[in-house]
Design a protein around this ligand. Structure first.
Ligand SMILES: NC(=O)c1ccc[n+]([C@@H]2O[C@H](COP(=O)([O-])OP(=O)(O)OC[C@H]3O[C@@H](n4cnc5c(N)ncnc54)[C@H](OP(=O)(O)O)[C@@H]3O)[C@@H](O)[C@H]2O)c1
Length: 251
């Protein structure tokens, strides 16, 4: 019998990037659905702010840098068995081709591609992902779906994540673990707020008109799909990417 409800009581879900934006909303919504949430990020103060907004008890905070493979190893060892993993931690930075250098490529790859791969594979080796649980990786429409100026390295990491997800799903399926990507278009978060420092309010309003649904996304738009994938309602979905973009790529 498939469970179509978002009743996560008794489930433990790890959310990286939980101190901000999409990861924060997913943490709050998972807690509201009854889950125990383990939130990971670098900034303890911001994580504790999220913690103070969660419904229910027993939630935890883990601080550390996912670019550091030793931190990933030790954090994974300390975790309890998980029913869900959400990898939202990531770096968004617009860098035109002429300013790209090795240090920037390494940093972007380390947090956006190496960290999710190491997190999933380390958890799997340690048998911390319970059979029949669900892993959700935050990708982007930038990469495998569209390109955009100054986003070539970011897009490469997010497209790479979708490729990793496909092949990993085939191995994880042996234990009925599902793994999927979510690929959002522009979502208004703390992470994208910096765009307002470089682009006029008029230009942003004009850009929103490029979206058939007439607006940018909200963290809640993304959390809704994430909870669906984490729940029994997504029980036959694996190895794929769900685009959430207000119709942007339908054009
Ligand atoms: N917002 C969008 O328009 C959009 C669109 C498509 C895809 N995405 C993807 O969705 C995800 C979330 O985006 P967002 O807008 O919510 O971003 P955000 O508001 O900037 O939040 C990013 C989160 O990642 C954490 N983080 C960053 N570097 C880290 C590191 N080295 N180690 C551990 N944690 C780290 C940050 O926490 P600390 O600073 O505390 O470490 C923060 O909680 C990202 O992967 C992004 O690429 C976003």
């Amino acid at each position: 019998m498939i469970d179509y409800t978002y009743n996560f009581s008794g489930k433990t879900i790890l959310v990286t990037g939980a101190s901000s934006g999409i990861g924060k909303q997913i943490s709050m919504d998972c807690a509201k659905a009854g889950a125990t949430v383990i939130m990971l990020g670098r900034d303890e103060e911001r994580l504790n702010q999220t913690l103070s907004q969660l419904e229910g008890d027993g939630h935890q905070v883990i601080t550390g840098d996912l670019k550091d493979e030793k931190f990933i190893e030790s954090a994974c060892k300390a975790l309890p068995p998980l029913d869900g993993v959400v990898q939202s931690a990531g770096m968004m930075k617009l860098v035109p081709l002429k300013f790209i250098n090795a240090a920037f490529i390494d940093e972007m790859l380390a947090i956006n591609l190496r960290a999710p791969i190491l997190l999933v594979t380390t958890l799997q080796k340690l048998k911390k992902i319970k059979p029949a649980s669900s892993v959700v990786l935050l990708s982007s429409i930038n990469g495998a779906v569209i390109g955009s100026p100054a986003n070539s390295v970011y897009g490469a990491t997010k497209g790479g994540l979708q490729s990793f997800c496909k092949s990993a799903s085939l191995e994880l399926a042996k234990t009925s673990i599902r793994i999927n990507c979510i690929a959002p278009a522009m979502v208004e978060t703390e992470g994208t707020a910096v765009i307002g420092e470089h682009v006029s309010a008029e230009a942003i309003e004009a850009d929103k008109k490029n979206y058939p649904l007439g607006r940018y996304g909200t963290p809640a738009d993304i959390a809704g799909c994430c909870l669906f994938l984490l729940s029994g309602a997504g029980s036959w979905i694996t190895g794929t990417t769900i685009t959430i973009d207000g119709g942007f790529t339908a054009q």
